[in-house]
Ligand binder design. Structure first.
Ligand code: SAM
Length: 194
């Protein structure tokens, strides 16, 4: 991506995130793709994005987490916000495209952040950690240790939750992708989710 294009980006990724979160829709630029029998499907770009760009919201049913068993834990994202534990259930296959993004804790190319606009309810937003060409599979670090696929030498353990969640909350300063960004609106609070 040309440097001039990067310099000319005037609209903050957080403003773009706010717009798409408000609409409750996914922007264009992604398609679901079968990866392999072990991983299942993933999400691939069909246009380029710049490092730091807002990509997608992890959208689903937001509720306060209790001790309930997550029947379809693969698509339930747990996180805390203002001392309350929440879950976003994206089990509905039409809930959002972000539900198809797979885990990579070694070389993720995107990052999930909790973003609260104007102090309202939190949203989970995926941002690019690097420039993304067309045809790249998106990945982020689910932030859960001991996931079965991270231990190829071990037999898969059935009792380890595999859904994306938070082990601990981290606060800003932000990710490598955005740490030099100056245009974060003051009405936006951000937290990295891994
Ligand atoms: C949020 S879903 C991602 C979409 C999923 N691949 C599918 O086809 O529905 C999370 C599930 O994807 C699979 N998964 C994600 N990352 C993986 C990886 N790096 N290796 C193997 N399986 C993975 C696991 O089954 C996990 O429970």
């Amino acid at each position: 991506m040309a440097k001039s294009q990067r310099r000319n980006r005037r609209i903050s990724p957080y403003h773009i995130a706010e717009r798409w979160c408000g609409l409750g829709e996914d922007q264009e630029g992604f398609e679901k793709k079968f990866i392999n029998d072990d991983i299942g499907h993933g999400l691939v770009t069909n246009k380029p994005f710049l490092k730091g760009d807002f990509l997608l919201e992890y959208r689903g049913i937001l509720s306060i987490a209790d001790d309930q068993d997550d029947e379809n834990a693969d698509y339930v994202f747990h996180f805390s916000h203002k001392s309350t534990e929440y879950r976003i259930d994206a089990s509905d296959s039409n809930s959002c495209l972000a539900r198809w993004v797979n885990d990579d804790h070694v070389h993720p190319n995107s990052i999930m952040k909790k973003v609260a606009f104007d102090n309202n309810s939190p949203h989970l937003c995926l941002f690019a950690l690097v420039d993304l060409k067309e045809g790249v599979e998106l990945t982020y670090d689910y932030g859960v240790k001991n996931l079965p696929w991270r231990q190829p030498s071990l037999e898969k353990e059935k009792n380890i939750p595999s859904s994306p969640s938070l082990e601990k909350e981290k606060t800003i300063p932000s990710s490598p992708s955005l740490e030099k960004e100056k245009n974060i609106p003051s009405s936006v609070s951000i937290e990295i989710l891994n």
